[in-house]
Design a protein around this ligand. Structure first.
Ligand code: 9MR
Length: 359
């Protein structure tokens, strides 16, 4: 039997196979959901920013980390280098070197930057916490210091940051305003002040609240909802609700995530998932990784279903550099890529969810 001559399509496929050196990259799938399309390209089509927190040491030292960060994500957040202890290590002496390096990286790779974070109770400079503790910084002085920190930092990045986490974790686990130095010294008005000062320094940036355990409708997310409603009624520029999304597969998936996003949306606010990771007891196995993938999927899907959900950021994308094992003993494997940068089921699921047509 004489072999049939190759038709043009088959010949092209063969040529592509030879060029690429592997048959698996020649896909019969339509371009919109091809397995090699980066997350950011799929998210673009959904009008969503897909982001990652960036560890600046890894970015400097690890080429593979850099390559994937640039290829997959359209938004980056500084995991640590925009926090107060990093940007004002000595009183009155600002150091934005590391933060600027991230902004440059983002610019080169056409990525947007989330600012994290202006007011928090952690990672404050030692001079500040010591001064408050020994009374050398009184309430009037502390308010001035906070004003200057917000103004200097936000002005420094003016026009380069699209969303700022203005206040971080201001409610405690009982849904009461957290008993931080800010509340103790300044009273609850520090919250409105922080938003007003940030807005004055860069009117173009969208200003966010940000916290964990606020995924579903619960006492804590409701406390945020009530606060946001009240502040907005007073004309305070609170423009976004940041939902961190630190999940653990041993707990049930939080209820009513989409309803929660929608109620903030109904106030005219944006919403965002800002720090998503899904941890598990080690060692990981197939069942756990499948459950993890499903949690990621449900968060992404909820965000896609709500028009004003504008960004979805993972808190690091590889298990190689995750904060989880250092804080939760015996736990880890929380990210989309494993320690050697292989994609996990969670990655594939996020990709497929972003690629799906109907939302
Ligand atoms: O991932 C961050 C880790 O490297 C720091 O040591 C830690 C210090 O508190 O902060 C981590 O990031 C936190 C984020 O800024 C706010 N939400 C919780 C995150 C995980 O702790």
């Amino acid at each position: 039997m004489t072999p049939r001559p190759l038709g043009p399509a088959t010949a092209a496929a063969l040529a592509a196979m030879l060029l690429l050196g592997t048959a698996s990259t020649v896909s019969a799938q339509p371009a919109h959901d091809r397995g090699d399309t980066p997350l950011r390209a799929l998210a673009d089509r959904q009008d969503l920013r897909i982001g990652t927190a960036v560890d600046m040491n890894a970015l400097a030292d690890d080429e593979q980390y850099r390559t994937i960060a640039a290829r997959e994500f359209s938004s980056v957040t500084a995991e640590n280098v925009m926090k107060w202890e990093a940007v004002e290590p000595q009183q009155g002496v600002n150091d934005f070197t590391q933060a600027d390096a991230l902004v440059d990286f983002a610019h080169r790779n056409k990525q947007a930057v989330r600012g994290h974070t202006l007011v928090w109770h952690n990672q404050l400079p030692a001079w500040l916490t010591a001064g408050v503790a020994d009374g050398s910084i009184d309430a009037t002085e502390l308010r001035r210091i906070l004003h200057d920190h917000i103004t200097t930092t936000v002005k420094h990045f003016k026009g380069k940051i699209y969303q700022w986490d203005v206040v971080n974790e201001i409610f405690d686990d009982n849904a009461q305003l957290r008993d931080s130095i800010w509340l103790q010294q300044l009273g609850p008005s520090y919250i409105a002040d922080a938003f007003r000062w940030a807005h004055a320094a860069d009117p173009g940036a969208k200003l966010f609240l940000n916290d964990y355990n606020t995924e579903g409708v619960n006492a804590k997310s409701t406390a945020y909802y009530e606060l946001a409603k009240e502040l907005r009624a007073q004309g305070v520029p609170v423009q976004g609700m940041g939902i961190q999304g630190h999940l653990d597969i041993q707990y049930g998936f939080p209820g009513d995530v989409q309803d929660n996003l929608e109620r903030f949306s109904a106030l005219g606010m944006q919403t965002a998932f800002t720090e998503v990771d899904v941890r598990m007891d080690l060692p990981a196995d197939d069942a756990k990784l499948t459950r993890q993938a499903d949690d990621y999927r449900r968060l992404v899907q909820a965000c896609l279903n709500v028009r004003r959900c504008t960004s979805f950021t993972v808190w690091g994308y590889t298990d190689k550099y995750s904060w989880i094992p250092g804080v939760f003993t015996g736990q880890g494997a929380a990210n989309l890529f494993d320690e050697v940068f292989a994609v996990k089921p969670a990655y594939t699921t996020v990709r497929d969810t972003l690629a799906a047509r109907e939302h």
